[in-house]
Design a protein around this ligand. Structure first.
Ligand SMILES: [Zn+2]
Length: 335
């Protein structure tokens, strides 16, 4: 038996259950906290095989879904959210999540549809061809059944504390990867449950997400600066004193400051590279994505667009590039 990287968490009563997902990211980490109340952090996507694995994982620790008393949701993404309602309806568990996640979680079908419409409009505005946007929209619709609405019974706000018998968890709002990312700190044990805010094996994609207000300051539904917010959130996490970070996918992180510094450096390099491409000639975000990554798979079109726009936001804020709209398509130019 090799060293289990989750052993220190298990010693603290936090057990990782790796639940399958249909997504490229692979399995999602759900955490069972053996405490009072018996707590599940995230639940996995809404599918029969995920539910089976969740039941098996709980059984291996002597528990059943019916025993769960509290479900904490870390953010609104469907690989974490999908089974929350099933777990809560089988167990009567409380469902706790940050205030920012509540509208999406409670109105999942309508909000997911509105997000897709925002994504489509954003793709067309940034030069992605119509057939690619169409194809991606049907992929997204097909995936929608892996999510499900859930009723939130305990609304958390930044700075709250969740008291369990053997520990307390401080609630810290860390948006960026999604608009509702939240991390939970056991300060006594220096353990942070961070979900997708910080992952060891891949940089967390700050996905562009529909603004909650219909119209932005310019009256056109301005996009939120997901990457800019994400980097601000990472800087806050960097300040925390931690021994162990438990992520939403993959292995735990033991040196969060070094990993966060790597992420800062990666995004700085990428911003510089994009700045160079814009200096050569004006380009749309789609053209920039192609220049960076070549031909992009349809399913990656929105991810890569989010990635490019995130870095363009950094450069726009530094006033080294500008955004010029022509016939409904935006191009970026050197300032
Ligand atoms: Zn996520």
């Amino acid at each position: 038996m090799s060293d289990d990287p989750f052993a220190p968490a298990a010693e603290a009563g936090i057990h990782r259950l790796a639940i399958p997902t249909p997504f490229a990211v692979g399995r999602v980490n759900v955490y069972l906290i053996e405490d009072e109340p018996l707590t599940l952090v995230d639940a996995g996507p809404n599918s029969g095989s995920s539910l089976d694995e969740l039941q098996r994982g709980l059984a291996s620790h002597g528990h059943a879904i019916e025993d769960i008393e509290l479900v904490i949701l870390t953010h609104q993404h469907i690989d974490h959210l999908g089974l929350v309602d099933i777990v809560a309806s089988h167990s009567g568990a409380e469902v706790a999540t940050i205030d920012a996640a509540v509208p999406f979680v409670e109105n999942y079908a309508e909000d997911a549809q509105a997000d897709d419409e925002f994504a489509r409009a954003t793709m067309l505005r940034h030069g992605i061809p119509q057939d690619v946007a169409d194809a991606l929209e049907s992929v997204s619709r097909a995936f929608r059944a892996w999510g499900a609405a859930a009723h939130v019974t305990r609304v958390l706000t930044d700075g709250d504390r969740i008291e369990l018998r053997d520990r307390s968890l401080d609630v810290h709002f860390r948006p960026g990867h999604s608009p509702s990312d939240t991390v939970f700190l056991d300060g006594e044990r220096r353990i942070l449950i961070a979900a997708d805010h910080l992952l060891a094996h891949i940089s967390s994609n700050p996905l562009m997400t529909r603004p909650r207000t219909q119209l932005g300051p310019r009256g056109g539904g301005e996009r939120p600066q997901a990457l800019v917010r994400y980097l601000e959130s990472l800087a806050l996490t960097r300040e925390m004193d931690l021994d162990l970070v438990l992520p939403g996918h993959g292995d735990p992180i033991t040196d969060h400051r070094a990993l966060i510094d790597e992420r800062f450096a990666l995004h700085e390099r990428r911003a510089e590279k994009l700045r160079g491409l814009v200096a050569e000639r004006p380009r749309s975000a789609y053209e920039l994505a192609q220049a960076l990554w070549g031909n992009i798979a349809v399913t990656q079109a929105f991810l890569t667009l989010s990635e490019v726009l995130g870095h363009m936001d950094i450069l726009l804020n530094r006033e080294v590039v500008t955004e010029v709209e022509h016939e409904g398509v935006v191009r970026f130019e050197e300032h």
